[in-house]
Design a binder for this molecule. Structure first.
Ligand code: NAD
Length: 481
């Protein structure tokens, strides 16, 4: 299997590339997953052309045809979630339970949008002019470029692909270089689903070439991107030159606020889940733990006890809760941030080191700092690893102000038993998703997802709200009699 070549899928065919890269596991450096094609800009252009040619017919395809295809893709993902989840876990480093859960969730996205195909409704309005009727309807955009990150290699692709297809668009998908296997498996399932040729295209390849070709293409009508802020900015400035529609979901620096009246068992459970599961490599991770001074010391004490019980190691092994980080670059970056925290005066209370485990991989101990301030580098920049920092707050107002004092705004959370405080936080927290007595990570698939400030740009993803991005509104005036 490790020598198996996985090609790109363009215009209904598997297309060989000149270059293949080796996809290896970050949690077992001996484990080779396979060889994956690297398209160049010319191959990407072929995919865009195929998608453009397929767009008119697909935009008029029957709703039941779309529904049936999306439903089948979703059902296969759900049925094979254990098997595919294992491959996802091998290539990304998350645990097998998280891998399986992600594939299962990806299937749910397809099934949700299968049903959504039948719920596409317009509006009828009275005109201000007598005898005139007004209709407001939505139409497909055309060709959508989809660029995805490595941390949720299948779910992000699914939550973009499914609505794009459901609303009658054709797509070119470019997954992250580090995790091509999940996208390739998804493409393989889609290739057997009955979609007409050219409607779905997979172009694995480097961001600076294939991603760039998508964001600069005159034949792409919209680009949806999830990834880092600098790349998001670049994609936006490229795409706007062609007036392509843009949707960006990017980084964050999410805060979990713990108040004096919190149930501390719930607080610790939420902090552990939000900060360390998925090895902290979630855009929704709770990397800032803002704790009111009355429970600050007790909270840290309880966190240390809970963190000592966490099982870090081979993500494929039974009972492991935290796997490895995704690659050597990320490993070095997280360890560098740990050093920066120490030199900025943060006090290490737990973890803080690389772990030498078997099999050999990029393992880092879940790490907690205290005595940090909100202006320290580790509380401003996204670490994207199993590291959390406690910031002491004088009172609720101080905690809320610090929680909002960030360049980002994806998720935020509060742990409290006060109805008044939770209601105030829901209203005044400046993030896209607010959690009360729940971890900052973990969202549903049928409601909108997205953030504010540097975390997001453009309309919301997921649920019914996705139609705003994947369709264009048409207003029709008519005088029938
Ligand atoms: P990244 O920005 O490095 O890469 C994302 C994708 O962009 C990859 O497919 C990459 O190949 C491509 N790319 C790179 N350069 C490009 C270019 N010049 N033009 C076009 N495409 C290019 O991000 P990453 O390291 O893969 O993912 C981690 C980041 O993603 C984190 O910041 C994280 O917070 C964010 N993220 C956000 C969400 C969210 O929904 N807000 C979800 C998951 C991850």
């Amino acid at each position: 299997m490790k020598d198996k070549k996985h090609s790109n899928f363009i215009n209904g065919e598997w297309i060989d590339s000149k270059v293949y890269i080796t996809n290896s596991s970050p949690s077992d450096l001996e484990d080779i997953i396979g060889l994956y094609a690297q398209a160049d800009a010319a191959e990407c252009e072929k995919a865009v052309t195929a998608a453009k040619e397929a767009a008119p017919a697909w935009s008029e395809s029957g709703l039941e045809q779309r529904k049936k295809i999306l439903d089948m893709i979703g059902a296969e993902l759900i049925e094979r979630s254990a098997e595919i989840g294992r491959i996802l876990a091998r290539e990304e480093g998350k645990t097998i339970a998280e891998g399986k859960g992600e594939v299962f969730r990806s299937g749910q996205f397809f099934q949700y949008y299968a049903a959504e195909t039948l719920r596409q409704m317009g509006e009828i309005a009275d005109s201000v002019r007598p005898g005139v009727d007004v209709e407001v309807r939505r139409e497909p955009l055309g060709v959508i470029g989809i660029i995805t990150p490595w941390n949720f290699p299948m779910a992000v692709a699914a939550w973009k692909l499914a609505p794009a297809l459901a609303f009658g668009n054709t797509v070119v998908l470019k997954p992250a270089e580090l995790v091509p296997a999940s996208a390739w498996i998804l493409a393989e399932i889609i290739s057997r689903s009955g979609l007409p040729k050219g409607v779905f295209n997979l172009v694995m390849g480097p961001g600076r070439e294939v991603g760039e070709a998508i964001s600069t293409s005159k034949d792409i009508d919209a680009v949806t991107f999830t990834g880092s802020v600098p790349v998001g900015r670049r994609i936006a400035s490229n795409a706007i030159k062609n007036m392509a529609k843009i949707q960006l979901e990017m980084g964050s620096k999410n805060a979990l606020v713990v108040l004096n009246d919190a149930d501390l068992d719930v607080a610790v459970q939420c902090a552990i889940n939000g900060a360390f599961f998925g090895t902290g490599q979630k855009c929704t991770a709770s990397s800032r733990l803002i704790v009111e001074k009355g429970v600050h010391d007790k909270f840290i004490e309880m966190m240390i006890v809970a963190m000592k019980k966490l099982k870090v190691g081979n993500p494929l092994a039974e009972g492991i809760q935290i796997g490895s980080v995704v690659d050597e670059k990320q490993y070095k970056q997280v360890l560098d941030y740990i050093e920066t925290a120490k030199s900025d005066g943060a006090i290490l209370v737990q973890g803080g080191e690389a772990l030498d485990l078997k099999p050999k991989g990029y393992y880092i101990a879940p790490t907690l700092f205290k005595d940090t301030t909100n202006d320290m580098t580790i509380n401003r920049e996204e670490i994207f690893g199993p590291v959390a920092c406690v910031i002491k707050a004088d009172d609720y107002d101080h905690a809320l102000a610090m929680s909002n004092d960030t360049e980002f705004g994806l998720t935020s959370g509060i742990i409290t038993q006060s109805l008044a405080r939770s209601a105030h936080f829901k209203r005044y927290s400046k993030s896209g998703c607010v959690m009360v007595n729940l971890p900052t990570a973990g969202t549903d698939y049928h409601v909108p997802f997205g953030g504010r400030k540097s975390s997001s740009y453009g309309s919301r993803e997921q649920g019914k709200y996705a139609e705003e991005f994947y369709t264009v509104v048409k207003t029709v005036y008519s005088k029938p009699y």
